[in-house]
Design a protein around this ligand. Sequence first.
Ligand code: AMP
Ligand code: MG
Length: 340
Amino acid sequence: MNTLLLHPDTPGDIERAGALLAAGQVVGIPTETVYGLGANALDGAAVKQIFAAKGRPADNPLIVHIADFSQIFDLVAAVPDAARRLADAYWPGPLTIILPKAACIPDEVSAGLETVGIRLPSHPVARAVIRAAGVPIAAPSANTSGRPSTTTAAHVMEDMNGKIAAVLDGGACQVGVESTVVSLAGEQPRLLRPGGISLEQLEAVLGPVAVDRAISQPIGDDVRVSAPGMKYRHYAPHAPVTAVCGDPAKGAAYIASHLTAQAGVICFDEFAGQFDGHIVRTIGRADDPAAQAHAIFDALRAFDDTDVTAIFAQCPDDSGIGLAVANRLKKAAGFHVIEV
Ligand code: AMP
Ligand code: MG
């Protein structure tokens, strides 16, 4: 398959992407979080092609993206008051709300669950494409399963060239990590994945939110998880990663004293000078988790073009969007975490 590279500023390209989606094809689309691999969410056969292109396990559900709030009513069994309040506060934006699904949601989207995740993205190109398609769009992150997520059209082409109909190049994603996933399908609101909307922001609207332990701990094959995606290896570059958590200056000193000759480093800006002779990628200052979120997947991917045999990565603390950055790094490390 010849993968078209489309540009939102080229007249007709957004409509072209929308027409491909309406015709059951898969298209890479920019969002404010990461690039998504989109298909018509109401067409099980179209959605199946997403799983094939990514090599994604069939039991890992997809998020359904809408362009206008009113679309939610056809996709879920009911919209509870808590969902309305969250939507008022954080939609459009990097938040996915899990609710009991309506009958129109194909099993391919919900991976056999009775629930569905809905998100209203803020990226104007994402919303324009969804409107042009005329249907809700199911989309996971646009990476090969297991690899770091994609935050530029070039990343998407790296993983998907020849496998999907088109990629729409909307530039670099602003947030850089995936949406926050919160379930309102159980008795208590539950954070299933930290992301662009922080736990603190959720609790400001919902009151106490339970935090799934899969966010910060490895989950064995025998454990039943709320979101099947939680149990898979994720976000990983080829070289093994060690996540170094705790005081940033101590962490930098730990890394400097443990670096082997062929090891690379992901570090906060102010420590970049401490690893001379090694390949170093900076992700922002230690006190700027939003900058770290923006840079983290590009940094993880960049090492796959090098011959490093190990990667040491500085990990932020859990406040604000730091919880999401730390979660992606710990998962990339297979939970090989050093606390300094
Ligand atoms: P991705 O965009 O590749 O990160 O994949 C979407 C993620 O959203 C999945 O891995 C799940 O963690 C989560 N998700 C989507 N739908 C559901 C659902 N119905 N219940 C729980 N989690 C979900
Ligand atoms: Mg993903």
